[in-house]
Write a protein that binds this ligand. Structure first.
Ligand code: BG6
Length: 494
């Protein structure tokens, strides 16, 4: 693995090798929102001599791509006009469908002979196969002067079988070390901090197990609806769109054993064990361990919003879930018997991503009878917004009595470091440029998560049930409340 200054917390003391990034699907939304801004940031910081070639079907020319890039980057923070012009003027464009071999010949012609190459697959997944095969057939998968890497965007498959097929196809042309399956949650600063918090401090790890932890909640809620992505979303649903990838990453970082070192594979070895240990949910448990919801029409921030079934691209009788809550168990020595509650959904009350670890009550409840406000200590890792960590502790209210009240011990990234956190894509692209795959998903991790998810999907399909409707701006469907209720636990307020 190359030297990675981000990992070591240093400024860019060494550059990545010169690299050409080829973005397949450069005309798409992800390029506009994330990839170009991130590449430009890396370019400005001088982390590498960087060239970018866009490859897409749309009838653009190099000039058109440059002009659009100029517009996209117009408001890039801290950038000068010279930097912008220099970045934009090195962009070039290959116009081709993804299965036309001539397009790949043209790409080969435009690629510099030396230096590294990073192929970024940012197209709809239906095109992955053509791109991977054609890169292989054109010999572009074979290292010449430098290394070759390929980044694959989500969705990576739609069930276990399709994920396996895609993995096999990739393996026909690339080594596992060259394949970077992206999950942008791993690029978030606070997500990386989960491991640091756990393994860089002495006080948490002794408590981080079934003896002291009562339950763990992982929430990723959003206020927005499907935002014009109805077509894609309806074939995915919340389970595929959020749980299989982002939420399982949060779960495995929270539940994993300490790695033997910080090498990419040492970390991923431990993460995959967590996913493998998740107990399957039997068909008879679907009602008690899962709850699906779909947002109805209503009001969000006082504005009338359509229901999911009225969104563009969504069939009027869709059964796709826009909310899901799951109760699961990680059946290993550390976590045996500890429920993990996961919930995610669109059009909910608040946008929040957090992990809340709730600890057991003291062995002798000296105070609880008289003081109903006493709460269980909870450690909350806030991923967004307001990244930080909060620990709730019970404290004495000043006065003659022993009345108590929970207070928060707070750490906020913003105020502690006074600088904004790195954009996830910038961090992840940097890692791919220097060949560090720690924050990317390995083949076995993806297949293990799809194994669990596919069983659930099949269970739901066989049950013929529909998601429950919930109102925009709410905390999700009523049925979700009962999920932790059986054990006397409650969801945290959204
Ligand atoms: C994406 C999903 O992967 O993550 C979207 O496809 C979702 O549906 C998004 O909105 C959430 O990401 P973030 O970073 O805004 O929490």
């Amino acid at each position: 693995m190359d030297h990675n200054p981000f990992r070591e917390g240093l400024s860019h003391t060494r550059r990545a090798d010169p690299v050409t990034v080829v973005i397949f699907g450069v005309t798409g939304d992800l390029t506009r929102r994330k990839l170009l801004p991130a590449l430009f940031a890396l370019y400005r910081k001088g982390v590498s001599r960087l060239g970018v070639i866009g490859f897409a079907r749309r009838d653009w020319q190099t000039e058109g791509l440059r002009q659009r890039a100029g517009e996209i980057l117009r408001d890039a923070p801290d950038a000068t006009d010279e930097q912008r012009a220099a970045f934009v003027n090195q962009l070039s464009y290959v116009r081709s469908t993804f299965d036309e071999t001539a397009g790949y010949r043209e790409l080969a012609r435009q690629l510099p002979k030396d230096g590294d190459r990073l192929f970024y697959l940012s197209t709809p997944p239906e095109s992955y196969e053509a791109i991977i095969r054609n890169l292989g057939e054109a010999g572009l998968n074979r290292p010449g002067g430098g290394s070759i890497r390929v980044v694959v965007e989500k969705p990576f498959g739609r069930d276990l079988e399709s994920a396996r097929r895609l993995n096999r196809l990739l393996a026909d042309y690339f080594d596992e070390q060259q394949i970077y399956r992206i999950d942008h949650y791993l690029g978030k600063e606070t997500v990386q901090n989960i491991m640091l918090l756990r393994f860089g401090n002495g006080i948490f790890e002794p408590l981080w197990n079934h003896r002291y932890v009562e339950h763990i909640q992982i929430t990723v809620s959003e206020r927005l609806g499907v935002e014009g992505r109805g077509n894609y979303y309806d074939s995915a649903g919340a389970l595929r769109d959020m749980v299989q990838n982002h939420m399982f990453q949060l779960l495995s970082l929270t539940a994993m054993e300490p790695p033997i070192d910080l090498q990419a594979d040492s970390i991923r070895d431990e993460k995959v064990k967590v996913v493998r240990a998740i107990g399957p949910i039997a068909p008879s448990e679907l009602d008690t361990h899962t709850c699906r919801g779909q947002y109805s029409s209503g009001y969000s921030d006082g504005t009338a919003v359509p229901g999911y079934m009225q969104e563009d691209g969504v069939p009027p009788d869709s059964r796709t879930e826009t909310f899901v809550a799951i109760k699961l168990f990680v059946n290993n020595w550390r976590w045996s018997g500890v429920p993990f509650y996961l919930r995610t959904g669109k059009r909910l009350r608040r946008k929040v991503s957090e992990i809340a670890v709730t600890f057991r009550t003291p062995p002798l409840e000296l105070y609880s009878n008289r003081h109903p406000t006493m709460t269980r200590n909870t450690l909350i890792i806030r991923i967004q917004p307001e990244e930080g960590i909060t620990l709730t502790v019970n404290t004495k209210i000043p006065g003659y009595t022993t009345d108590m009240r929970p207070v928060n011990v707070d750490f906020a990234y913003g105020s502690a470091f006074g600088e904004s956190t790195l954009e996830a894509y910038e961090r992840l692209l940097f890692d791919a440029l220097v060949g560090d795959s720690t924050l990317y998903t390995r083949r076995d991790e993806i297949e293990a998560s799809w194994r669990f998810i596919t069983q659930l999907l099949e269970g739901w399909q066989n049950s013929q049930s529909r998601p429950q409707l919930y109102e925009p701006g709410s905390s999700g469907p009523h049925g979700a409340r009962a999920l932790p209720g059986g054990a006397g636990h409650r969801w945290r307020k959204l």
